[in-house]
Design a protein around this ligand. Structure first.
Ligand code: NAD
Length: 501
């Protein structure tokens, strides 16, 4: 059975898979698996107009009832978990476990959002004036555009859509041009939920457009899109951020990371080893939270590296659909070029390759790009280390002094997504998570930088964008806040004691 036949088994029609000119290849063997129809720009504009219209109705539906739609979506995702997981594996090259894990994340955010739909609360604040009360309300915001990166096509869409829908906002998805089928499979589960939900869901509540940068820009530049949630490279964020700001729109930017692990003399090295493996080679190094830098104390460096290199050399690299495989392919040839170039630059800057760094399986898969995950020891945080290479390339940096030196090195990169420390020493751990510690959005202790749960707020600082999505109070990004001062007295005193005539 070829991949297209497998996709049909996963719920796509042949017509859907052969609808246009946007060619989608599987990174597993490089073969063409679909031709998607790009959405013409006038249809993107029509979708925005439909979302604007849908907002007028959806914002009036009580939030717990909106939550019911998301509950049904969660049910549909549970029923389709195996199929969507497989689509992700075929289209993105994730191993089966990780494809399923991504869909589970989508299910988890639905569960969270259902409960949240009864908890969209503001504060009550005391007034300085007698007979007055101040309160905050959160109201629906408007249409939300969700622009996703290739590597989390299902979960990141669901993170945003589940929150937006309970908050009263219609959504428009624009998936990465490299993985539109996974997004489509996920939104089709939402369409089925909408059908079961009934008339409370207006036409235009959930829509999908296909395409590349122009379709993304049409959403970003439209004043009728209240919130743009864009996930991808810092390069994309540099274009999207100012474009949304120019029209005073709201944005959530989730951009690149350069995630580090500090390993101190007090670390449990066996635990660190397991976290390094999942963190650095999981999803073939193509997670925004992938571990890219180890900052290890010189006293434990040799022992740690011996363990890590040993484990790297026994990794099974290959077809992600085969059981036992831990490292699948890179998404495409560009990605491989980026990996090879980064290795070359690292060598030129004094790096010593400790293991990996080769293209593998080129004979059996000439049109696909599998690599052996690389570890490079660097003589310091050179320019190459400061840039995100979206592939399994792990830099090792050494420190000799105390935890402050490690933190200094750790923070000296432009990105600020995720970070972690391995140490059983309370002083080191507290220093790392303190105000003078890691400057990332996510700061973990004795656990790797990737694989976050949806209950916490997800996102990072500096060039990662500064925004947050998923759990905690991230729902507030999808609503507008009003401050209401209510006077229940029969006087009209002014604030600050002002006497006006
Ligand atoms: P990318 O920036 O190439 O594309 C991301 C999306 O942005 C795509 O849908 C693309 O079509 C769209 N896009 C590109 N330029 C645009 C523009 N000017 N206006 C509107 N839309 C535009 O990223 P990618 O290669 O798909 O993904 C990898 C990157 O994403 C890595 O840097 C990774 O760290 C990052 N990422 C970040 C997170 C996070 O939560 N911080 C999560 C996943 C991936």
């Amino acid at each position: 059975m070829n991949f297209q036949q497998m996709l049909v088994q996963c719920g796509f029609s042949e017509a859907e898979l052969n609808a246009g000119n946007l060619v989608i290849n599987s990174p597993i063997d490089g073969s063409e698996i679909a031709r998607i129809a790009e959405t013409p720009l006038e249809d993107v504009r029509a979708a925005i107009a439909a979302a604007k219209q849908a907002f007028r109705q959806w914002r009036l539906v009580p939030a717990p009832r909106r939550g019911e739609l998301v509950r049904l979506w969660g049910e549909e995702l549970r029923a389709a978990k195996a199929d969507i997981g497989r689509v992700i594996s075929i289209e993105v090259g994730k191993i089966v476990e990780e494809g399923l894990g991504e869909v589970q994340e989508a299910i988890d955010i639905c569960d969270l959002a259902v409960g949240q739909s009864r908890q969209l609360f503001g504060k009550t604040i005391v007034s300085e004036r007698p007979g007055h009360r101040i309160m905050e309300q959160y109201h629906p915001l408007g249409p939300v555009a969700i622009i996703t990166a290739f590597n989390f096509p299902s979960a990141v869409f669901a993170w945003n859509a589940a929150n937006a829908l309970i908050c009263g906002d219609p959504i428009i998805l624009k998936s990465s041009e490299k993985s539109p089928l996974s997004g489509l499979a996920t939104i089709k589960a939402l369409f089925r939920a909408i059908e079961r939900f009934g008339d409370d869901a207006p036409k235009g509540l959930a829509q999908v457009v296909f395409g590349t940068e122009p379709q993304g820009r049409a959403l970003v530049e439209s004043p009728d899109i209240a919130l743009v949630s864009a996930t991808g490279s810092t390069r994309m964020g540099r274009a999207v951020g100012p474009a949304v700001a120019a029209r005073f729109g709201r944005r959530i930017l989730e951009l690149g990371g350069n995630n580090g692990m500090v390993v101190t003399p007090h670390a449990d090295l066996d635990m660190a080893l397991r976290a390094i493996l999942f963190g650095a080679v999981g999803t073939a190094g193509q997670r925004c939270t992938t571990l890219r830098r180890i900052i290890v104390h010189s006293s434990v460096k040799d022992e740690l590296l011996k363990k890590v290199i040993g484990a790297y050399e026994s990794l099974k690299i290959g077809n992600p659909l085969e059981s036992g495989t831990l490292v699948g392919p890179l998404i495409d040839e560009d990605s491989y070029r980026m990996f090879a170039d980064a290795l070359e630059r690292a060598r030129a800057e004094g790096g010593k390759l400790l293991t990996g760094g080769e293209r593998v399986h080129a004979d059996s898969f000439p049109d696909a790009f599998y690599v052996s995950p690389a570890i490079i020891e660097m003589p310091g945080q050179k320019e190459c280390v400061r840039q995100e290479c979206f592939a399994p390339l792990l830099y090792v940096l050494t420190y000799d002094g105390d935890i402050d030196e490690a933190i200094e090195i750790h923070n000296d990169v432009p990105q600020g997504l995720s970070s972690c420390i391995f140490s059983d020493n309370m002083r080191e751990v507290e220093a790392f998570i303190s105000m003078s510690g890691s400057d990332c959005g996510m700061v973990n202790v004795n656990i790797g930088p990737s694989g976050a749960e949806i209950g916490g707020a997800f996102g990072g600082e500096k060039e990662t964008g500064g925004d947050r999505e998923t759990g905690s109070d991230a729902w507030k990004n999808y609503m507008r806040r009003t401050t209401n001062t209510v006077n229940y007295s029969s006087e009209l005193p002014l604030a600050q004691g002002i006497n006006f005539g």
